[in-house]
Design a protein around this ligand. Structure first.
Ligand code: FES
Length: 224
């Protein structure tokens, strides 16, 4: 996908997402603050339920249908896609100079609309999907927020949200989210959230991408 098309896709997704969230918020307000009933007027609570359901359906449609059709990673947590083998990734795209990446610290980029994390380790580099397979949150954290990327240790990338670890060379899960050690050290992202995520405490293997280094430049293979 060309950068122009990717921009159009992202704009569609962004506008759709914001509009859906606004409809959901309006529904919630009408349900919980219906106001005084007006004789002969419509039922605000019922209208709120319609808006809430409509907003949720719209958000689901965007994530499950529109985002995949546009070839864009959905922005909210849904289950990870199936792993694509490297043999099917022959669309080579430059990710910039090796020296543009901090040594041993994951950095998220967008390549042809796909969110990818590049991990540079000296003269080598690896590429993985940018969204953690546990809850689809960004492995490199949120830029400018306190949730920052973790330094790579023993070839493992650590998700800064709930502590799942993946081998950067294979994408395999090395440690699940919410280990007791993680929860102990992280009262909010560990101990508290492990209770909220009672329904999902598993991570799956991550998608990796083939990488070549040519003349100091990182070239990543993407699916066709
Ligand atoms: S989102 Fe990565 S461990 Fe939960």
């Amino acid at each position: 996908m060309s950068p122009g098309l990717a921009l159009v896709g992202l704009s569609v997704i962004g506008t759709w997402g914001v509009a859906s969230i606004a409809i959901i918020a309006a529904g919630i307000i009408m349900i919980f603050f219906p106001g005084e009933p007006v004789p002969g007027g419509s039922d605000n609570t019922l209208g709120g339920v319609f808006l809430l359901v409509g907003g949720l359906v719209s958000l689901g449609l965007m994530q499950m249908v529109v985002a995949p059709l546009l070839g864009i990673d959905p922005p909210l947590p849904i289950s990870a896609k199936k792993i694509i083998p490297h043999e099917r990734m022959k669309r080579w795209v430059s990710a910039g100079k090796l020296t543009d990446y901090p040594d041993g610290l994951p950095k998220e980029i967008r390549l042809r609309s796909q969110r990818i994390v590049i991990v540079r380790m000296g003269n080598r580099a690896y590429a993985l999907g940018a969204l953690c397979s546990h809850a689809r949150l960004p492995l490199a954290g949120f830029p400018g927020s306190p949730i920052k990327p973790y330094p790579v240790q023993e070839e493992c990338i650590t998700c800064p949200f709930h502590g799942a670890q993946f081998d950067v060379t294979t994408g395999k899960v090395v440690r699940p989210p919410f280990t007791s050690e993680w929860n102990e050290a992280h009262p909010f992202l560990g101990r508290l959230q492990s209770k909220l995520f009672f329904f999902n405490k598993r991570a799956e293997d991550m998608q990796t991408y083939p990488v070549k280094i040519e003349a100091g430049e990182i070239i990543v293979g993407l699916p066709r």
